[in-house]
Write a protein that binds this ligand. Structure first.
Ligand SMILES: [Zn+2]
Length: 496
């Protein structure tokens, strides 16, 4: 008999310490058939649809809301999203059979009124008559701040296992296959969760390195050893949401006894505590890093200056000028910097290739950074800012798919630095971003990277060296300096 599954997606990673909030206008919204049109775009929804097709499921597409990581979301967005989703849910239940719900979530979504959006959403789904025991499955980002409410409301949520997130679609497929297992076998799993007394900044959550590499390996071992455990999730956490649950967490999906789940969570938690110092990788002084690149004049490039403090994927504005200033200060030739600044792009509206232009760029999005910089340079070209990801497993594909739009964009040359100005901030997760704008990353000496980890899949394979630098900004790795108000007590590195 054909099974009927309702699907929805809600995706935001919310930075509590940036000034600018996130409103309905910032969200890309799809409803109904528009979700089904995501087939083939390499997103998590595309992954679910592949499994739905395999099993001949009838899919009821509800809604799909997503916005780039940024400040707290206006609560009315959540009210609208849940009203639409619950209406579709009630309607489907009223029409007859509904066999399950599948969700694509982030897990670190905070609104002006809720510190646990995903937990609240799942709780509200359970209040709908007929949905109390419906299987609720889904996929979520390993940068979630996981909660008890999430594990109470869902039967099976599967976290990405890689950072950069090369496996977001694969994990969506896995979660959908587990839903099929639940429907076929009649085995309904439940979730248990544990919040570890540890928080790591984004640079400490890459899965190529310890501690995440070791934690993921232990999770795979637990899944292999314990037949009752369907999934063991390692959740790196998101250190810029001011919520009680912020930081490292683990959850298991199981049909086995609670004691075995607790034992698995004990093992994972203990390893995280033992390795907590390794989640704080050291960072370079910016000038020392740029001078080191300059000293390598005969070694080619590119060398990366990675600045986690302006990490676009972490919610920073992506317009800080500290690295551009350092490149100019030290006379680095053949470097590139991308800065999100719609006003600067607009100011170049009448410029022609070869024109000398004088304008102020960047530094508008955060008071913590280096501030706006006045530059004089040469206008090179402009574009509509649209490009297709070169890599279908790029970190940003989970929610966006492969067709990227960074808005009207312009390229100018300032001394030895090529500056890409875009209207919309876009994380440097794919080489297509620069190449589509006529900037060839392999030919450069130095590149400014506004990220922590997510650039690595694209850039590690072309780089000659990388310097992660410590600069002031909203996504600082020095998380103990952030003004948390809601965080639970006893969390490293806040409490020894
Ligand atoms: Zn993430």
């Amino acid at each position: 008999m054909t099974k009927t599954i309702l699907i929805a997606a809600l995706f935001h990673e919310t930075h509590s310490f940036v000034e600018q909030g996130t409103s309905l206008d910032d969200f890309s919204i799809k409803r109904g058939a528009e979700l089904l049109a995501r087939r083939g775009d390499a997103s998590t929804i595309d992954g679910f649809l592949e499994v739905a097709d395999e099993h001949g499921w009838t899919v009821i597409p509800a809604n799909d809301y997503q916005a780039a990581p940024a400040g707290p979301v206006d609560h009315s967005v959540f009210v609208q999203f849940t009203a639409e989703l619950l209406n579709t849910l009630r309607d489907s239940l009223a029409r007859g059979r509904l066999d399950g719900i599948w969700l694509s979530l982030h897990g670190a979504h905070v609104t002006t009124e809720s510190v646990d959006v995903e937990g609240d959403l799942l709780r509200m789904i359970r209040t709908v008559p007929g949905a109390e025991t419906l299987p609720v499955f889904g996929v979520f980002d390993l940068h979630a701040n996981f909660t008890e409410l999430m594990s109470e409301g869902a039967n099976c949520l599967v976290a990405y296992r890689e950072n950069p997130h090369t496996d977001s679609r694969d994990m969506a497929v896995l979660s959908a296959r587990l839903l099929a297992r639940c429907l076929n076998e009649g085995a309904v799993p439940r979730m248990y969760t544990r919040n570890a007394p540890v928080m790591w900044a984004p640079p400490g959550t890459g899965t190529a390195d310890s501690p995440m590499k070791d934690l993921e390996a232990l999770a795979r071992q637990i899944e292999a050893e314990d037949n009752g455990i369907w999934v063991a999730n390692v959740i790196g956490g998101y250190s810029f949401s001011d919520v009680p649950s912020a930081g490292v967490a683990f959850s298991v999906v199981t049909t086995g006894p609670a004691e075995e789940a607790a034992h698995a969570l004990d093992r994972l938690e203990q390893l995280a505590v033992d390795m907590r110092e390794l989640g704080q990788p050291p960072e370079w002084d910016l000038d020392a890093a740029v001078l080191d690149i300059k000293s390598k004049s005969d070694e080619g490039g590119p060398f990366l200056i990675v600045e986690p403090s302006d990490n676009i994927g972490g919610g920073a504005p992506g317009d800080d000028t500290a690295v551009l200033r350092a490149f100019l200060r030290h006379g680095i030739d053949n470097a590139a910097v991308a800065i999100a600044d719609a006003e600067a792009v607009a100011a170049l509206a009448s410029a022609k290739p070869g024109d000398t232009v004088k304008l102020t760029i960047g530094g508008k999005g955060s008071k913590l950074g280096a501030g706006p910089l006045e530059v004089e340079g040469t206008f090179l070209r402009r574009s509509d800012g649209k490009y297709v990801l070169e890599d279908r497993n790029s970190h940003i594909v989970a929610s966006r798919g492969v067709n990227i739009d960074m808005g009207p964009s312009a390229v100018i040359q300032v001394a030895g630095v090529t500056v890409l100005l875009s209207s919309v901030k876009m994380a440097p997760a794919d080489l297509g971003q620069l190449r589509s704008q006529g900037i060839i990353p392999e030919s450069l000496k130095a590149i400014d990277i506004k990220a922590a980890v997510q650039h690595r899949r694209a850039y590690d394979k072309i780089m000659r060296g990388s310097y992660t630098v410590s600069t002031p900004g909203p996504c600082t790795s020095n998380i103990a300096t952030l003004p948390f108000r809601r965080l639970r007590a006893g969390v490293f590195p806040f409490d020894a």
